[in-house]
Design a binder for this molecule. Structure first.
Ligand code: ADP
Length: 240
């Protein structure tokens, strides 16, 4: 296991190094295509091609950013976090579909000791997947996000000790669902069923959840949507 970890770490460093090297030339391509486009306002077909170049470089850059995010070790900047705010920030940062997300945070959900930026990223990724999943259904999309408190001792721990309090956040969509086979692989890096997917969204989600000592699981019934459930520990802080 240790050897595997070493090998993965080396791979990660390599991926990070390549991503860094690719980032600058990509940015130059985008900038130079923009300059050319401004010089060729009288050549609509050239402007269109340059527009495509800019769009594709932006997409390649988004992939590089995702790879970097995936391989970079997480350093949590922990503070007291109001979950409702973080979830609402995640909704506003969505590229599209924000109007289809319904958020409900129960009143008794306490502040968490967590990294708000990492958590925002986590929820953005889950909601983006949920919205993308409903693209082909033809139904009006709807994503339900619900945060609730699982009080201490709700289910006694296996060793007879009470379980500490936890916060549970569910992100539910009404998309096509995930087959049983795929369900086992969705958290693996680079697993994707989307033509333009990177397969890193859920790997990043899991990395963030792990860094917070949380748990994530997914339940899905093909044809009936998918629910991702994130459980985070409530860490008592002295001035809670
Ligand atoms: P990407 O979105 O780039 O494919 P992810 O790691 O975010 O990468 O997701 C991996 C795969 O998991 C997706 O390609 C899709 O098959 C599946 N998936 C994730 N979320 C959902 C969802 N809400 N509904 C259906 N399938 C999903």
């Amino acid at each position: 296991r240790e050897r595997l970890r070493d090998r993965l770490a080396t791979l990660g460093e390599m991926a990070a190094a390549i991503a860094h090297e690719v980032k600058n030339p990509l940015a130059s391509i985008e900038v130079m295509a923009g300059v050319l486009r401004r010089q060729l306002t009288d050549r609509p077909e050239a402007m269109e091609t340059l527009g495509d170049i800019i769009k594709e470089s932006k997409m390649a850059n988004a992939i590089v950013v995702e790879v970097l995010e995936f391989v970079r070790p997480i350093r949590l900047q922990v503070e007291r976090v109001a979950l409702g705010e973080v979830i609402r920030d995640a909704v506003t940062s969505l590229d599209r579909g924000a109007e289809h997300v319904q958020v409900q945070v129960d009143g008794d959900v306490p502040l968490l000791l967590a990294d708000p930026n990492q958590l925002r990223q986590l929820f953005t990724n889950l909601m983006t997947n949920a919205i993308e999943a409903m693209d082909e259904t033809g139904q009006p999309p709807r994503v339900d996000v619900r945060a609730s408190l699982v009080p201490e001792d709700a289910e006694p721990g296996s060793a007879g000790r009470p379980l500490p309090a936890q916060v549970r956040i569910e992100v539910r969509d009404h998309g096509p669902g995930i087959s049983e086979d795929d369900l086992e692989r969705i958290f693996s890096p680079f697993f994707t069923t989307k033509p333009k997917g990177t397969g890193l969204g859920l790997s990043i989600v899991r990395k963030v959840v792990d860094a917070h000592d949380g748990i994530i699981d997914a339940a899905s019934a093909p044809g009936r949507g998918t629910t991702f459930r994130v459980t985070l520990p409530v860490i008592p802080a002295p001035d809670y």
